[in-house]
Design a protein around this ligand. Structure first.
Ligand code: FMN
Length: 216
């Protein structure tokens, strides 16, 4: 669905094909077709080149591989177990749903954690008071662009990934475990590895309801 009937340069065709290739994949093994350095290179390109409002450069990233990646999901599992013990999460729900899901993430190859450095926006908020309340959402939008680029680049390398949100539950333990500055606010966790299954079928709401063009 989408841009198939139009002629493009090969690069554009590849780019648009990648947009379609990137999917949510939950079945992931701990192998990886590319090196840790290659994953790092993708992330560094995202951090450097993905745009941010007024070039404020607010995105921060933590890459966890191997045992460090497993630590993250052990830590998350421990927090969820604490919630079960406290009665805030039903034991049955945890055993049948949450625990297998978290163990699935743990069994993947790595996790990319995306943070926003909102404190870096203090000056620009003062400089442009009219837009002061817009800079935080802009920073999150920029962060999401990095998430999308990394996800798509990993898909281009044949890797599968899924995007998770365990903040604020894991914020403090993550900060302590990996000595992360308190000003880095966690947004998302991109879990990746070799796909062991297919993405689920995706449905599309009609484009006619979602896109308009005038002046053609
Ligand atoms: C902003 C955003 C937040 C998401 N949060 C989660 C999440 O917390 N857990 C999850 O399993 N998937 C999450 N997803 C994945 C979406 O469910 C998924 O992208 C969507 O169903 C479309 O499927 P696709 O990724 O295969 O194209 C999120 C996606 C986006 C864009």
């Amino acid at each position: 669905m989408g841009s198939t009937a139009v002629e493009f340069k090969p690069e554009t065709r590849t780019l648009l094909q990648l947009v379609k290739t990137r999917r949510t994949v939950y079945g992931l093994s701990n192998t990886c077709s590319i090196s840790g350095e290659a994953v790092e290179a993708i992330i560094k390109d995202a951090v450097l080149h993905v745009p941010s409002s007024f070039n404020t450069q607010t995105t921060r990233v933590l890459l966890l591989l191997g045992e460090e990646h497993q630590k993250l999901w052990d830590l998350t599992l421990g927090i969820m177990e604490g919630l079960v013990a406290a009665g805030s999460v039903a034991k049955e729900m945890f055993e049948n749903n949450t625990k297998p899901k978290l163990n699935g993430f743990r069994g993947a190859h790595g996790t990319v954690l995306f943070f926003v450095e909102y404190d870096a926006l203090a000056e620009i908020k003062k400089k442009f008071p009219t837009y002061a309340n817009k800079f935080d959402p802009y920073a999150l939008e920029s962060n999401a662009m990095s998430q999308y680029l990394v996800w798509t680049a990993l898909a281009s390398e044949g890797l599968g990934a899924n995007l998770q949100h365990y903040s604020p539950l894991i914020d403090t333990p993550v900060q302590k475990q990996w000595n992360i500055p308190a000003s880095w606010k966690l947004d998302a966790q991109l879990v990746f590895g070799t796909p062991t299954g297919q993405p689920i079928e995706k449905t599309f709401a009609p484009l006619e309801d979602r896109f308009k063009v005038f002046g053609k």
